[in-house]
Write a protein that binds this ligand. Structure first.
Ligand code: NAD
Ligand code: ZN
Length: 389
């Protein structure tokens, strides 16, 4: 089959690779209908996620059709159209059982890598390096879906693919960001980053009772979408002093809840990457975490900082004094896909949110390298490119 493969920093190639096959009784093979780029893939392209190997298939946000199921899969059958969450969870461990799916104990066959880096092994993720299991990703014609019953959800009838594909990752991540805020009715929520994840965080904050949402970014088209589709007030961080502006907009008090939907962003954080020759791997070090610092400094006393933007390594110059003395609450994590996808499919089916406005470009897999270049550079008002194999 055809697949989009990582071959080094900013080096993606369309390659011919062997078709996947059922390896475990709980596997399914899914034929990809639509697979989207995500900001997390940019961390792979930038080389900020160690343990990528040449030839790894990337991609983790997708919908598809089941073409084969393992002997242990009862709830899915050939022909089912499904959305698959990016996070792989066994469903049986203590963490899956308590809906903390990205912490699954059994879905990462290379736990030593995340254990070494994070002190504890974390779950497998499609197309997201060997540190997260080394699973082949979704920018391909076919994907092997492990623990298929826990991570695949049947699509409601009668809705366009464009409205459903982002229920795989961007929407549940944005929703989890808002959910972790513990929003009280009428709260003001500030969202850094108006990409796919930030846009969905804006929508979710209102779903969960926010009175006001303020979106921060530098791209006019993204801020425009935050305003028109998300009903957010917007700040362009290249034009205003974000801290001053947030203070002024909230009567000197600061937003009640602050969401980081940016993470490692070379443009603002001064991340440096280097190749560790001895270990033959790419390593990263992060400089100043601009967004996190602003979120902490802006947040009102007793407020919450919720982080879904991805961080991969060490962070320096973290304003610990402000966090401590303002008694802030911090919540963060890779999203709990299986917890949120079923309820968000309902939200989309009921027409309460239609995430299709995230989609700006629909291309074929052959255009993968070009699509990622555009997504990375945010040219042509690119927000989300989807590939239809
Ligand atoms: P994206 O690249 O489309 O959007 C990121 C946005 O952040 C861009 O519009 C950029 O201009 C903006 N930005 C950069 N610096 C900023 C600053 N200083 N202030 C305000 N905005 C700034 O990416 P995305 O797909 O929306 O993903 C956003 C983040 O969420 C990424 O870090 C991604 O890895 C992460 N993510 C996390 C999960 C999870 O499970 N926790 C899932 C998906 C994505
Ligand atoms: Zn588990």
């Amino acid at each position: 089959m055809k697949a989009l493969c990582w071959n080094g920093v900013n080096d993606l190639r369309v390659e011919r690779v062997p078709d996947p096959s059922i390896l475990n009784p709980q596997d399914a093979i899914v034929r990809v209908i639509m697979s989207s780029v995500c900001g997390s893939d940019l961390h792979l392209l930038d080389g900020y996620v160690p343990s990528m190997k040449a030839g790894d298939i990337i991609g983790h946000e997708f919908i598809g059709e089941v073409v084969e199921v393992g002997a242990g899969v009862k709830k899915l059958k050939k022909g089912d159209r499904v959305v698959v969450g990016s996070i792989i969870g066994c469903g049986g461990c203590e963490f899956c059982q308590t809906d903390q799916w990205s912490l699954c104990d059994n879905s990462n066959p290379n736990p030593e890598i995340t254990e070494k880096a994070y002190g504890y092994p974390t779950a497998g993720i499609f197309g997201y390096s060997h540190a997260f299991g080394g699973y082949a990703g979704s920018h391909a014609e076919l994907v092997r879906v492990p623990f298929a019953e826990t991570g695949s959800f049947k699509l409601p009838e009668g809705l366009p693919d464009e409205s459903l594909v982002f229920v795989s990752d961007a929407f549940p991540t944005g929703f989890m960001a808002a959910d972790m805020c513990g929003i009280a009715p009428g709260d003001t929520v500030a969202v850094w980053g108006a990409g796919g994840v930030g846009q969905m965080a804006i929508q979710s904050a209102y779903l969960l009772g926010a009175g006001r949402v303020i979106a921060i970014d530098r791209f006019k088209d993204r801020l425009e979408k935050a305003k028109t589709h998300g009903k957010a007030e917007v700040l362009n961080y290249e034009e205003v002093d974000v801290l001053e502006a947030l203070k002024e907009m909230t009567g000197g008090r600061g937003p009640d809840r602050c969401i980081d939907a940016v993470g490692m962003e070379a443009h603002t954080t001064g991340i440096e990457q280097y190749y560790d020759k001895a270990k033959q791997t790419l390593r990263m070090q992060t400089g100043r975490p601009a967004v996190l610092r602003q979120a902490i400094m802006a947040c009102r006393k007793g407020g919450t900082v919720s982080i879904v933007g991805v961080y991969g390594g060490l962070l320096d110059k973290f304003p610990m004094g402000a966090a401590m003395n303002k008694a802030l609450t911090f919540r963060m994590g890779q999203m709990f896909a299986q917890k949120y996808i079923p309820q968000l499919l309902e939200v989309v089916a009921e027409g309460r949110v239609d995430p299709s406005y995230l989609l700006t470009h629909k291309w074929t897999l052959d255009q993968g390298p070009e699509g990622y270049k555009m997504f990375k550079e945010k040219t042509d008002n690119c927000m989300r490119v989807v590939f239809t194999p």
